[in-house]
Write a protein that binds this ligand. Structure first.
Ligand code: ATP
Ligand code: MG
Length: 686
């Protein structure tokens, strides 16, 4: 069916339209296509139009694979596709986009593919997924078992071990090379690390768990088998990927495995926004994409920006223009405005928070709702003073990319039991659960788990174990709950677990009431999932964000300010954007080893932050800021200066202000005792 009144195509500029219509008739998937373009040029919008266009022209929605960088982005994409398709298909659009079942993240889709083919690749189909914290716990367990944690020379921490391991996997790099290039201070431990990683892999297999990296690794390995790869690839006519600049080697292997000749493949990205090199993402994927196929992939570039005003865009172009290597060119816009972006000097982080609150409230008075405003920062811990100020002033906010709902101890406890029932071989979950029972310490937990680790029906065998000496009634209650859980129907499981967990909650936490509300909220979220397995998988891979007044997801109709790490703000846009701590030591961060590649990535990070703004952009430069928990020098205040990414030559692109207006000669340091608000805000989640 060729749509005649395809009015949605009129919304596009000629290049965007060329991208949307690329490939012509859709019965046969077209040649591979790369859309490479700068921020706000409508890449995601074009991708959504392309999907809608395919559907309108009769493509089967179940045969479209759509990969985005977050689940949030995937559902946003489905919503947009529906809106566009509705212009032509009216009532049918909703049903068709509902059938767009293969839309999500690489990790989430990987988990689904692996579960489907588990038997064929030697995986236990009930595998559970370890988040970073669980992975670090398991790494630590193995580290202890191998006697590496108390050697005379200091062995790398569990977090460092995991980072090294992860780097080897994602960059597809041998250990020795990863050590030399990225962790030179750990090179003396090469032999021990090798043994440790081998044992870690064994432990994961014995526990039937996969970590985040495994989801990509196993998927890529599975695609290396031609028969399976063809089977999976043949299920999809069209494979589309957004934010391709932030994929790593494994992800590009997966993509090539799916579509070796590139037929029906569309990837979209911006090399100037590549900000995940620290997780082994490589911009080479996007730059090399066209030549991976024969004949070459088609390339479409877009250079008109629809998002930001000219002064904001000029400033962003100025910052990225100083970058060493870049494929995408200068963007232009016809959104004229007289107001330049603000470069605001404040005394410290407290004033920074006050300035932002003042501005945010003023904007709201002008009719810009909170949801149209965002505050962005380099690292989650930087927003502490602001969160405090917002709470004090009763301004609701939601924080993306920081501590999550699921990181709260009580939520993790409850989910651990759910995970343990799903996969009783998951020892990390098992340990966490058994530790909740009074009278059971590490040794008896280990003994119990050892006793049931082999053989059929471990849950039944655990229930049959004699009660540990000091656990008594608590053990009986636990066994009863386990038995109920074996029989109960989803999603009733969580309520049973909550009832069992309640006494622990009241014993251990002072704010038991608030935490119980979280658990009720968790039950609410769970009721939206078809099965325990899907709930656990999707929640682990893309957890809900934390809010100001309570954990969990806010009601959709509430108004709230967005707080987000720059990484989590990817692809989004707001009317007004504030960026915190635009100072040397923060952007660029002090923590990196400071190689030029790392510096360039920090520059792109600032560029990503700046290009989120439509009408108003404020970069804040506190003259002193607080550095959290540095390994060498600990927590401390440091004096700071404007980021080196805005050298004097670029300053005229901004309007410079001081806040509050200070008289020359006024002492800067505020008087009175200092309190660590960051620590207080973090405490809430412990
Ligand atoms: P990023 O690089 O940040 O991911 P992007 O290239 O994906 O940005 P979009 O988010 O798709 O850009 O679009 C940016 C803004 O421009 C959106 O508000 C979108 O609706 C608008 N836009 C895109 N194309 C057009 C167009 N042809 N006409 C009008 N507005 C457009
Ligand atoms: Mg985008």
């Amino acid at each position: 069916m060729q749509a005649t009144a395809a009015t949605y195509l009129d919304d596009l500029n000629p290049e965007q339209r060329r991208a949307v219509e690329h490939g012509g008739a859709f019965a046969a998937p077209g040649r591979p296509l790369l859309i490479i373009a700068g921020a706000g040029s409508g890449k995601t919008n074009t991708l959504a139009h392309r999907v809608a266009h395919l559907l309108v022209n009769g493509a089967d929605p179940r045969r479209i694979l759509l990969m985005t960088f977050s689940r949030r982005a995937a559902s946003e994409m489905s919503r947009r596709v529906e809106r566009i398709a509705r212009k032509v298909l009216a009532g049918k659009a909703e049903a068709i986009t509902a059938a767009l079942t293969w839309a999500g993240t690489f990790h989430g889709l990987g988990a689904r593919m692996l579960r489907e083919h588990a038997e064929r690749v030697g995986l236990d189909p009930v595998f559970t997924i370890h988040d970073r914290e669980d992975s670090a716990d398991l790494m630590n367990l193995v580290r202890h078992e191998r006697g590496l944690s108390n050697t005379q020379r200091r062995f790398p921490t569990k977090g460092t071990c995991l980072a090294i391991y992860s780097r080897c996997i994602n960059a597809d790099m041998p250990l020795d090379e990863a050590l030399v290039r990225h962790f030179p201070w750990c090179a003396e431990w090469a032999a021990e690390l090798k043994g440790l990683f081998a044992a870690y892999v064994e432990a994961k297999q014995a526990n039937a768990v996969l970590d985040y990296d495994d989801l990509l690794l196993y998927w890529a390995q599975m695609m290396a088998d031609e028969t399976i790869a063809r089977e999976i690839g043949d299920r999809f006519d069209h494979v589309l990927v957004d934010e391709y600049q932030d994929t790593n080697r494994l992800q590009s292997q997966i993509l090539l495995g799916l579509k070796p000749d590139g037929a029906g493949l569309t990837v979209v990205g911006d090399d100037a926004q590549s900000i995940y090199a620290f997780r082994a993402a490589t911009v080479r994927n996007i730059l090399e994409f066209p030549d991976q196929f024969s004949p070459r992939a088609d390339i479409i570039t877009l250079d008109r920006n629809y998002r930001s005003t000219q002064p904001i865009l000029s400033a962003a172009n100025g910052v990225i223009g100083l970058a060493r290597e870049r494929f995408t060119k200068n963007l232009w816009t016809d959104r004229v405005a007289s107001r330049k972006p603000q470069l605001v000097t404040v005394r410290d982080e407290t004033d920074q928070a006050r300035y932002i609150v003042e501005q945010v409230l003023a904007k709201r008075e002008e009719g810009i709702v909170l949801k149209q405003q965002a505050v962005l920062f380099r690292t989650s811990s930087h927003s502490g003073p602001l969160e405090f100020e917002l709470t004090r002033r009763n301004i609701p906010f939601v924080k993306f990319g920081g501590l999550k709902f699921l990181d709260a101890a009580h939520v993790k406890d409850v989910l651990a039991l759910l995970r343990f029932v799903e996969n009783p071989r998951d020892r990390i979950a098992g340990f966490r659960v058994l530790h909740l029972i009074p009278g059971i310490g590490p040794a008896s937990a280990q003994r119990l788990l050892d006793a049931v680790s082999d053989g059929a029906d471990p849950i039944a065998r655990l229930s049959a174990q004699p009660a540990p000496a000091r656990a008594g009634d608590d053990w009986t209650a636990f066994v009863r709950t386990l038995e109920q859980l074996r029989l109960s129907e989803w999603p009733a499981d969580l309520e049973r677990i909550r009832l069992w967990y309640q006494p622990h909650l009241e014993r251990v936490h002072e704010d038991a009431e608030v935490r119980t509300a979280d658990l009720l909220q968790l039950e609410q979220i769970a009721s939206g999932y078809p099965s325990r397995e899907r709930f656990l998988t999707e929640l682990t891979l893309d957890p809900p964000d934390a809010t100001s007044d309570q954990a969990g997801v806010p009601l959709l109709d509430e108004d709230y300010l967005i707080l987000s790490t720059i990484h989590s703000a990817k692809g989004m846009e707001w009317n007004s954007v504030h960026v915190l701590n635009v100072v040397d030591g923060c952007m660029p961060s002090d923590l990196g080893a400071g190689t030029s590649a790392e510096l360039e990535e920090e520059r792109r990070l600032l560029y990503v932050a700046m290009t989120r703004a439509k009408d108003d952009l404020h970069l804040l430069v506190p003259q002193r800021f607080f550095v959290h928990g540095q390994p060498v020098r600990g927590d401390r205040h440091v004096y700071a200066s404007r980021t080196r990414f805005i050298p004097e030559a670029l300053v005229p692109l901004f309007e410079r202000t001081n806040w509050p207006k200070v008289q020359p000669g006024t002492a800067y340091a505020s008087q009175g005792p200092r309190i660590d608000l960051g620590a207080r805000m973090r405490e809430r989640w412990r």
